[in-house]
Design a protein around this ligand. Sequence first.
Ligand code: SAH
Length: 390
Amino acid sequence: MAKFFLRKKIGDRVINGHPWIFGNELGDSQGEAEAGDIVEVYSSNGSFVGKGYINPASQIRIRLLTRDKSEVIDEGFFLKRIQEAWDYRQQIGYVENCRLIFGEADQLPALIIDKFNDYFVIQSLALGIEKWKVAIVKALQTIFKPKGIYERNDVPVRTLEGMEQIKGFLSEPFDTNIIINENGLKFHVDIENGQKTGYFLDQQDNRRAIQHIVRGSDVLEVFCYTGTFSLHAAHYGAKSVLGLDISENAVATARRNATLNGYDDVCKFEAVNAFDVLKQWVKDGKRYDTVILDPPAFTKSRENIDKAITGYKEINLRGMKLIKPGGFLVTASCTNLVPPDMFLDIIGKAAKDAKRTLRQVVWQTQASDHPILFNVPSTQYLKFLIVQVL
Ligand code: SAH
């Protein structure tokens, strides 16, 4: 097995628990390694750091899989890691749906697996993990005997690793339109054509957090996707709910979700561009008791962070202006590029411009099946805030 040595001045981050090693952090090496091979990593003074997979074509040159020198990376390794991740999810209370593998936080860098009851959706986002896909599928079959496994590898980040974007069955074909249960509601999930893996499991605890603030109220959900927060609002006693999303497909599924749960009368959905509509509605003097905002990331790179800040500020400013005095704003941000402090700062500035005072009700992060690893800051990405808008 080839050996790679960290450069002298670098390495603290890696030695303290971060699994990524960038190309410019590596010094000497011994032996040859091909893209996707397992290699050993040592500090500059020769002490063992860990084993991981390498990709010379990627800026993240090596991602560590283990820090145990005696651990062999083979099929059994993946079975063990996935079983451990499932044991952990069960221990913290997950029964049916969960993010089973959250990459770095489960010591399986660049691997995402969502469990939708008996169905599994995989994303392998680096070449070194892609190479173990067969072993990963085998492990899922051994542990869960699933009804279906699907890969949603139609994601641009794969091109950074020199891989193609693909999606398809990793098990016998099955009907990819499934129904899941969450918080006493049912939701259609389109595994093949839905966004990301089909459903945003990371908000499952946050959806419950709106329980006490929506009773008897008129709710506006912006960026509603398949209407998950809207349906929760109806379930928790909202008088009326309007959900908006730019995607016709998402809105069609949201309407089917309303029917599925018997809330056709309460929940209405429209396919519109939120930026246009909100501006107009503020002018028109429309007002709601509760406004829910869960926009897309706005940027994928640190260079464009200003774009994200502007987007969050604008949408939250407009959202606040639509809220009756004493009503509630439910607002989220799903990119790790905007850290919690920065997000609160943006919300604070929007409130100042809207001339409103905020009183915090709930301030939390993603559901705990997406664990935050303290040594890997990017594992904390979701910010979820409920404030009363005075
Ligand atoms: N709250 C949802 C997830 C929202 S993801 C859930 O928990 O399931 C963000 C959504 O914003 C996507 O569905 C996307 O289609 C939508 N979107 C992106 N740009 C938009 C725009 N300009 N106007 C309205 N919706 C938009």
